[in-house]
Design a protein around this ligand. Structure first.
Ligand code: GRF
Length: 215
């Protein structure tokens, strides 16, 4: 075998031995962080395969989600909105953290700010969000209350790609279930949240695995 062919064979062997590259996930949150926990559990258990959480960023320094990230030994970053003169400066600081973390996917998990078009453009197709309603119905705040007040028979949650709008953008996955007689905003919110904890990891795994091969 020529030395060139030998080198090629060696390179092939090395590549085969190399652990598969992990998908890099960044999380943006503002509060409780229960969806972030569900994602972190799914990464640990392999439900989201070959992935790592490379940054957890919060605009609220006292967010429970941030404390949990620290407890779990994940890179936690407080980027306090109050420390910046403008929305643009605040986002620039978040973008700097993200540039260092090099995420393949950014998951909004209860992040309470609308991202600017410039931010969305920088990571187009790489930002996902979860919303406690069957979008396009009931975007924005208090989605569960909106659904109850509208007298809906069905509720659920939606995972979608983020575009310039509020809770718009292509849907990745929806989970639907009935609104029960006597449901209150609290009881409905609880049921939606536990459904979210299954839906979000499933949607992330789907996005990271790329488009399905046609058979
Ligand atoms: C969830 O209901 C999610 O749908 C919405 O914000 C809430 C976040 O909850 N976008 P948590 O912080 O993940 O517990």
């Amino acid at each position: 075998m020529s030395s060139e062919a030998l080198a090629k064979e060696e390179a092939k062997d090395l590549l085969l031995e190399m652990p598969e590259r992990r998908s890099r996930i960044a999380i943006l949150l503002s509060g409780r962080g229960s969806n972030f926990e569900a994602i972190a559990d799914a990464v640990e258990s392999g439900l989201i395969p070959r992935a790592a959480i490379v940054a957890v960023i919060s605009d609220a320094p006292d967010a429970r989600g941030l404390a949990i990230a620290r407890e779990r030994g994940l890179p936690a970053h407080a980027v306090d909105r109050r420390e910046f003169a403008s929305r643009g400066d605040h986002e620039a600081a978040i973008l700097r953290v993200l540039e260092g973390a090099r995420p393949d996917l950014i998951c909004l998990a209860g992040y309470m700010r609308v991202l600017s078009p410039q931010f969305v453009a920088r990571y187009r197709g790489k930002i996902v969000n979860i919303h406690p309603a069957l979008l396009p119905k009931f975007a924005g705040l208090h989605a569960q209350r909106q659904a109850l007040e509208a007298g809906e028979a069905l509720s659920g949650c939606t995972v979608h790609f983020v575009d310039e709008g509020t809770d718009t953008g292509p849907v990745i996955l929806q989970k639907t279930f009935p609104i029960l007689p006597g449901d209150t905003e609290e009881s409905l919110s609880e049921r939606i949240l536990s459904e979210e904890h299954r839906a979000y990891p499933e949607a992330i795994a789907r996005v990271l695995s790329g488009p399905e091969e046609e058979s």
